[in-house]
Design a protein around this ligand. Structure first.
Ligand SMILES: Nc1nc2c(ncn2[C@@H]2O[C@H](COP(=O)(O)OP(=O)(O)OP(=O)(O)O)[C@@H](O)[C@H]2O)c(=O)[nH]1
Ligand SMILES: [Mg+2]
Length: 357
């Protein structure tokens, strides 16, 4: 948990060093300079109009260096072991020569401004590694939404040479859907429940998952974890029935051109099952690399991102439009009191902003 700020009263933060010219700054990020990367991410998170323009230029410049990482989403209920898994798995990846970035989409920060994810104290080994980069989620709701900021951060990390990017989120609210839109493979981390092992997992999340993992399969918990995995496998099969034209569907995911999300057990604490976990992810990546699936997936994500930016821009436009705001203020009351239909009110607001067809 991020504790209260311990900054002493009267503390004056040192002035920020001046920014580098864009071209030089981009070069430093490309060269893997972490300081330049951190400052570029801060630029992406800025809501100042001048910064937004600079951020856009920055992104345009690095675009050719993006797209090469394996983008992995990791979601799981609080306490499922996400940080513990990222710590052990991340170090395993680094030992195998990868450069790992960990980003967070934190639904709680949309309202409270607090950020629990990407907490470096829970990943001390990874945080200390020069081959890892951990970035907690933006601490406030920013222009374009947290998802958009994370996407821009992800692109920067790719440009800086990180070849595995993990986007972490707590499995509450809509954040899994946001993470699924940013990544190639979505891993859902679960723990065996007390009674019904599928408690706490929503159907929508099961449908989004590419790989399901029951964590804490160790000690006294091992048999319960295996039982939960068996039940989950049955549930996954029900959710993903084989296509009508497949006559010999096998249990191997991807074997018939259909990905049946595998269910694994592992112990993030002891490291048992980590090898199989990584092998399974690579298997999914291989599956995506066939028949243009990855290009198709990312193309769809890019188009949906574009439209979400359009919606965001329209919202911003409406909020900054004095006449539309004034009309909105009036009609909201009328809708509340049932004197005006929501449709008519929406038309009135849009018309006030000059947005009616
Ligand atoms: N026995 C056992 N305990 C584990 C394992 N993985 C995590 N834990 C413990 O479970 C607790 C929660 O682990 P975290 O890694 O902090 O879980 P998290 O999903 O990051 O939690 P939040 O960040 O709060 O959402 C800690 O006390 C861990 O030590 C595991 O594989 N086995
Ligand atoms: Mg955590």
């Amino acid at each position: 948990m991020s504790g209260p700020s311990s900054i002493a009263p009267g503390f004056v933060p040192p002035p920020r060093p001046p920014r580098l010219p864009l071209e030089q700054w981009v070069e430093r990020v490309r060269a893997g300079d972490r300081n330049a990367l951190s400052r570029a991410i801060t630029l992406m998170e800025s809501t100042r109009p001048a910064d937004r323009i600079e951020a856009q230029r920055f992104l345009d410049r690095i675009m050719p260096d993006t797209g090469r990482a394996y983008r992995i989403g990791l979601t799981g209920t609080p306490g499922a072991g996400k940080s513990t898994l990222i710590e052990s798995w991340g170090q395993m990846l680094i030992n195998r020569g990868h450069k790992v970035a960990v980003l967070a989409v934190d639904p709680s920060s949309w309202r409270s401004g607090g950020s629990l994810l990407g907490d470096k104290t829970r990943m001390p080994g990874l945080a200390a590694s020069p081959h890892a980069y951990i970035r907690p989620s933006p601490s406030a709701r920013t222009l374009g939404g947290v998802g958009a900021k994370t996407r821009e951060t992800l692109l920067l990390c790719e440009a800086a040479g990180f070849d595995v990017v993990v986007v972490e989120t707590v499995g509450v609210g809509q954040s899994e859907a946001v993470v699924a839109e940013l990544t190639d493979t979505l891993v859902v981390l679960l723990i065996a429940g007390a009674g019904d092992s599928l408690q706490g997992i929503k159907r929508g999340v099961l449908e989004l998952a590419d790989v399901l993992v029951i964590n804490k399969a160790d000690g006294d918990n091992l048999s319960r974890a295996r039982q939960a995995a068996a039940q989950l496998r049955a549930a996954v099969k029900l959710l993903h029935p084989p296509p009508a034209d497949a006559d010999n569907i096998s249990d191997r995911p991807g074997a018939d051109g259909v990905w049946l999300p595998p269910v694994l057990t592992l112990s993030a604490a002891t490291g048992t099952g980590l090898d199989e976990f990584w092998a399974t992810l690579q298997h999914h990546r291989h599956y995506l690399n066939q028949q243009g699936r990855l290009e198709k997936l990312r193309a769809g994500q890019a188009v949906r991102w574009m439209w979400s930016m359009v919606r965001e821009g329209l919202n911003q436009y409406l909020q900054n439009h004095p006449r539309a705001r004034q009309v909105a203020h009036q009609v909201e009351v009328e809708v509340e009191q049932g004197r005006l239909t929501p449709n008519a009110a929406a038309t009135a607001i849009l018309a006030a902003a000059g947005l009616t067809p």
